[in-house]
Design a protein around this ligand. Structure first.
Ligand SMILES: Cc1ncc(COP(=O)(O)O)c(C=O)c1O
Length: 375
């Protein structure tokens, strides 16, 4: 057994001394939440960095999904993907809507736009796709279908921080996009999240909705929730934003090494980098074909674990397999063959900014066929 554990992810942490200076400012001002100076600054800095018109900060990446559904007055049925983190579908459920699962494209892991129309009924009001692993959805095709049927599109862009297609932020697609700044993400604010929207009036409404619906001291415009980001996390976020490019580049270097080492391993495949896409290297999923590789996905996963290298079977099981959703008509295995295949074969390899060359070598060594789990 190795002493050092290689984790699947590791949080990007700001410099503690710099953070302490900002904490001192917060302590001195005694303004710790409710749209303070650091909150305002981070919203501005993020909009600039991401290349989007407006950002509204949240306490996590789940509540902006719920708030987007509320703000767009989504009702009835919402089409979504089963290949995601469970929060995506939970928000549809919490908003009183019925989730309808559509299968994924086997190459991208994202909802297959060509299967959307068959799932649309008179009750459908919105589509909630996910840019899985930060890989852009086919936003053009999805928008064409949404426009044809008058549907809203809310992108769960939890994985897509900083991703651009031909120089344009992927976060500008659809009616709204949401981000997660959870500790496991490329960019984190401890816990945190955000919503990206196109216009100032929508930002204003979202800012009300994340603060109980308060519009001023005495007026409540809707049953809003409390999901405001506090000053401590906003300050942390300001500092982390300064180093996120370096962190993404470090991840890029890890991806290059994984690709070079694993490209000829029989039975192991991974996703190609797409031309014109500025990736964020948030995850490095590999897919195990047990027959060709000689081990099942789970055998490899546990072999890694035994060597103290922690991968993650992300996203397994599918959301449609959880007991809460299993009974839905769209949750059957026959309806979601590609999603099942991906969920049954995936392992996300360790991927973060602080992996050393030696760590990467250890991961590669374990995945390489016929190698034992110890160096
Ligand atoms: C695709 C997706 N959506 C939503 C979320 C929820 O984000 P948070 O954990 O910040 O609430 C996550 C977080 O892991 C996610 O991966």
């Amino acid at each position: 057994m190795y002493d050092k554990q290689i984790t699947v992810t590791s949080p990007l942490l700001p410099d503690l001394e710099e953070f302490n200076l900002m904490l001192k400012e917060i302590w001195d001002s005694k303004w710790i939440t409710n749209n303070g100076q650091f909150h305002k600054q981070l919203e501005k800095n993020l909009a600039e960095y991401l290349g989007v018109p407006f950002v509204s900060l949240f306490t996590n990446g789940t509540l902006p999904l719920l708030t987007a559904l509320q703000a767009l007055r989504v009702t009835g049925e919402v089409i979504t993907t089963p290949y995601s983190f469970v929060a995506t579908t939970h928000c549809i459920w919490w908003s009183g809507c019925k989730p309808v699962f559509v299968d994924i494209d086997p190459h991208t892991g994202n909802i297959d736009p060509e299967k959307l129309e068959a799932a649309i009924t008179p009750k459908t009001t919105a589509i909630m796709p996910v840019h899985v692993y930060g890989k852009p959805c086919d936003t053009k095709r999805i928008q064409e279908i949404a426009d044809k049927y008058g549907l809203k599109v809310i992108y769960d862009a939890a994985h897509a921080f900083g991703v651009k297609v031909n120089g344009e932020s992927i976060l500008n697609a659809g009616d709204m996009s949401t981000l997660s700044f959870h500790a496991t993400k490329v960019y984190n604010t401890l816990e945190g999240g955000a919503m990206v929207m196109h216009d100032e009036a929508t930002k204003k409404r979202i800012d009300y909705l994340k603060n109980f619906g308060f519009a001023g001291e005495t007026e409540v415009i809707a049953p809003g929730i409390n999901s405001k980001m506090d000053e401590v996390r906003a300050a942390y976020g300001i500092l982390n934003l300064r180093q996120v490019d370096a962190a993404i580049e470090a991840r890029h270097q890890v991806a290059i090494k994984y690709r070079a080492a694993l490209q000829k391993v029989d039975g192991i495949t991974f996703m190609d980098e797409e031309c014109g896409v500025q990736h964020n290297y948030s995850y490095f999923p590999i897919f195990v074909d047990a027959e060709k590789y000689g081990l099942t996905r789970d055998e490899l996963y546990f072999k890694m674990k035994a060597a103290n290298v922690l991968g993650r079977r992300y996203f397994y099981p599918l959301i449609s397999e959880f007991s809460t959703y299993r009974g839905l008509p769209s949750a059957t295995k026959e309806n979601l063959p590609n999603a099942h295949k991906m969920a049954d074969s995936v392992i996300c390899l360790p991927m973060h900014h602080s992996l050393s060359d030696e760590d990467v070598e250890r991961v590669i060594h374990i995945v390489l066929k016929n190698e034992t789990s110890t160096l």
